[in-house]
Design a protein around this ligand. Structure first.
Ligand code: F6R
Length: 359
């Protein structure tokens, strides 16, 4: 059942501290990452990593891909439906990582099989033990989010992003010439605090009031830079999926290359900051603001973006690698409350299915 919540989506948003604790459990070992059967050395022949995924899982894959690139590993992230034509050279030193919470998405399975046919090694990152992706890939890593009923993916996104972050450090530890995250020990240590910090967001959020304040808007633009870009894309996808309002996500610096033409007082710009070096988000938010758009900063308090914003959804201080995931929880709540105020069928949006088993 819904455990006293009005919707499964809200129950699952609130299930994230527990889900994340399970995701992390036993996987950080003395400053290093221990991931199921993937013992140290298992990735030493890998030269290129190609993430393949759809929708929300694609956004989690973007998050992981960026961390792997930061570790100097050749990395691609491809929409699974485009893999066939976009994969580029693939050989036995390529690792194709299928990111799919259900493990049954037809496009993603197709990309996994195409990669295997072309000689790649394959890995599934999934929530479902015994799913097709888990069975067909050479190896599987489970995200341990627990069952998710709402069509809109929430806790599976958070658990995927964290699992992928751990996977990137495992891969970076093996690949010759890779450079694991500069302050990996600090990054892994702060991860242990993430479930509690999500709880803090859930207890202190102003998302409902903000959803109400901006309910009559025409469009909702989500921007972010670096890791914040994938969070902005995810925020916009969730928002359109359950509210049926027009929402788009952009890399902060891209706003002025076209979308700015749509910006008015009736199009709030929701700007994600990760607390790291994302000044592009602040400068481009100011551009939108000078065209009349209200700016909602989503991120840690002590960021210059907050000083210019019209409203702020706050997240606790943490390592920049995790701040985007806390911001995402605020965005989940913003979407949920907007959809609820609009009286949408939140757990079963029109035209969508939980698991898309057709190509
Ligand atoms: C959006 C959503 C979808 C899925 C996508 C892939 O909230 O849930 O975008 O993320 O259909 O599904 P999986 O992860 O099962 O491959």
């Amino acid at each position: 059942g819904k455990g006293g919540y009005d919707h499964y989506m809200l129950k699952e948003i609130h299930g994230q501290p527990t889900a994340l604790s399970n995701t992390i459990e036993g996987r950080i070992d003395d400053g290093d990452v221990a991931l199921d059967a993937l013992s140290p050395g298992t990735f030493e022949d890998v030269e290129t990593v190609q993430f393949v995924a759809c929708g929300t899982s694609y956004h989690a894959a973007m998050y992981g891909a960026q961390l792997l690139r930061a570790a100097d590993v050749r990395t691609d992230v491809l929409r699974a439906s485009e893999y066939d034509s976009m994969a580029g050279p693939v050989d036995e030193d390529t690792l194709v990582v299928a990111v799919t919470q259900s493990g049954e998405t037809a496009d993603t399975l197709d990309a996994l099989r195409t990669g295997a046919d072309r000689g790649a090694r394959t890995l599934a990152v999934t929530n479902v033990v015994g799913s097709t992706a888990a069975r067909e890939a050479d190896d599987a890593v489970y995200i341990r989010a627990g069952p998710e009923v709402g069509v809109a993916a929430t806790k599976t996104y958070s658990s995927q992003a964290v699992t992928l972050a751990l996977l990137t450090q495992r891969i970076a530890g093996d690949v010759p010439d890779a450079t694991p995250h500069g302050d990996r020990a600090a990054m892994l240590e702060t991860l242990a605090d993430l479930p509690q910090q999500v709880e803090t967001v859930l207890e202190t959020t102003d998302a409902e009031a903000l959803a109400e304040e901006f309910l009559d808007s025409q469009s909702y633009f989500f921007i972010g830079n670096g890791l914040g870009h994938s969070v902005a894309l995810e925020g916009a996808l969730k928002f359109k999926e359950i509210t049926y309002e027009h929402a788009e996500g952009f890399a902060s610096g891209q706003l002025k290359h076209g979308p700015l033409a749509l910006v008015t007082e009736a199009s709030p710009v929701i700007a994600v900051s990760t607390g790291s070096d994302d000044d592009k988000t602040r400068t481009n938010a100011i551009e939108a603001q000078s065209r009349g758009a209200p700016i909602v900063a989503v991120g840690p308090d002590d960021h210059p973006l907050v000083d210019v914003a019209d409203a702020h959804l706050s997240v606790p201080e943490t390592h920049p690698v995790w701040a985007g995931l806390l911001a995402n929880v605020q965005l989940q709540l913003l979407s949920y409350h907007a959809a609820k105020l609009l009286d949408r069928p939140i757990d079963k949006p029109r035209n969508l299915a939980k698991s898309v088993t057709v190509e």
